[in-house]
Each structure stands twice: as C-alpha cells, then as structure tokens.
Design a binder for this molecule. Structure first.
Ligand code: MN
Length: 249
C-alpha cells in the first residue's frame, strides 16, 4: 500500500504560482486541504480542486481579516452548501487582532451555527491565544456529531488540549510546533489517533523558501522521533485518522 502524505492546512492560492503548487501536490501524491482566507477565493479554489485527485478546497473567512471585511460572512454563508470543508476560520486574540475580538466571536458563532445546521462539515480552526474561548464556542454550537473540528497550529495549554480531545477535536500539527520546547510537550501528549499533519504554507519556511505540502515528511519524522515510533507507522496512523475523520461525519 502506497502511503499518502497529508497536508491538512495549506494556503495553495497564496503561493506565487497556484497552478504549479497544485500540480506539485498531485505529483507528490500529498492529500492537501487548500484553506482560504476569504470566501471570494472559494470559486477559484473549488474549481482548481475539482481538477485534481489530491486537493480539496475549504471555504474560509480568516479571523485576521474579519475586522476589515465582516460583511463577507454573507458570501461565506452563500457558498457553504457547496463546501464539505470549512477553513480557515476561528479566533485570534494576538496583539494585532485583539481589538476585533468581539466581532470575531460574532462571526465565528455564525460559522459554527451554520455548520451545525448544515451538518457534515469538517473545519480547520485557528485559535491563537484563544483556545479556551474557541473550545467554549465549539462545545456550545458545534459538538459532534453535528460537525468535526480540526485545531490548526494548536498552542493552548495541556488542559485545553485534553478538553479539545474530549470534545472530539483533531489536531493538524506542523514542524514549527515541534521545533521549540514550548509546545512540543503538549503535541507529544496528544493521542496519536487524533493527529493530522500540516504545513500552513506559504507562511512557514524551510531552507529559506516557503514550505511545500510535500515537506510534511518533516512533520512525520519529528512526530516519530518525539514518540519513539517508526516514521512509516506514524504516516500510516495519520492517513487512517483522516479516513476515520471523514467517515465520522
Ligand atoms: Mn493558515
């Protein structure tokens, strides 16, 4: 069995050459979730993904853009029936975005409520400095089995992590999360059966160039080392996790 790699959070449309990076996912056989930051990008992403075997598009409204374009929630709602995957959505309480936090919460609540009503959605969720609030909102508005949440680049506490596991969340893990000591221990403690891999390219770098989906091999190797497991076994487990996640919903 050929083991396919998974990049569950990548901004393919923000690379300098969207068609070329998409072809690269196909060539390398990396199952890639093409997240978007604005629903304006949905039609093109949906079209490009439809021409591929490996790429799936996600309908997003990034919390860092909410302050400047809250009205785009209407466009997001319009496209939701076309989307199985949703993201990038969530909250950002970092210093640059804290001023719009109340507005972000209003938008995210609408996102969760619409997903719950529609059913069958899988969400890639941003939670910078806001893991607890994100989990409060997921618990209130989108508990399983109404939807499935994948916490993208999770940097919450170990208590937040346990709560996310109890709420049925998955976690997409990238190389940066495993590079420093700060979040490494939390990641290592996450249950293997809830892990996916991601790059968050092109916002992360490797060898001085934007990370590419095929670079998730680095995440697999780092997870394997941290867990004293064989890389192939971790890759097989992650692939099985994606299948299970999709079957659960
Ligand atoms: Mn992202």
């Amino acid at each position: 069995m050929k083991n396919e790699l998974i990049d569950f959070h990548c901004h393919l449309d923000l690379y300098s050459d969207f068609p070329a990076i998409t072809m690269e996912c196909e060539r390398a056989g990396v199952l890639t979730l093409a997240v978007t930051t604005t629903p304006r990008a949905w039609p093109r992403n949906r079209h490009v993904a439809s021409t591929t075997r490996c790429v799936r598009a996600a309908l997003g409204l990034h919390p860092q853009l909410v302050a400047k374009r809250p009205e785009e929630i209407l466009l997001w709602e319009k496209y939701l029936p076309e989307a199985r995957y949703v993201g990038e959505v969530g909250l950002d309480a970092g210093t640059r975005f804290i001023r719009s936090f109340d507005l972000q919460k209003q938008i995210f609540e609408r996102v969760l409520q619409h997903c719950a009503r529609a059913g069958g959605k899988i969400l890639s969720v941003h939670s910078v400095r806001s893991a607890k609030v994100v989990l409060d909102m997921v618990e209130a508005h989108l508990p399983p089995p109404q939807g499935r949440v994948v916490m993208h680049w999770f940097t919450g506490s170990q208590a937040d992590a346990r709560r996310a596991v109890d709420l049925g969340c998955y976690f997409s893990v990238n190389a940066e999360m495993l590079a420093g000591d700060r979040h490494r221990a939390t990641v290592v403690d996450l249950p293997l059966e809830r892990l996916l891999t991601e790059t968050d390219g092109p916002f992360t770098y490797r060898h001085g160039r934007p990370t590419q989906p095929a670079d998730v091999t680095v995440v697999i190797e780092a997870l394997a080392e941290a867990r004293s497991a064989a890389p192939d076994d971790v890759a097989i487990a992650v692939r099985a996790n994606l299948d299970r996640l999709e079957e659960q919903i």
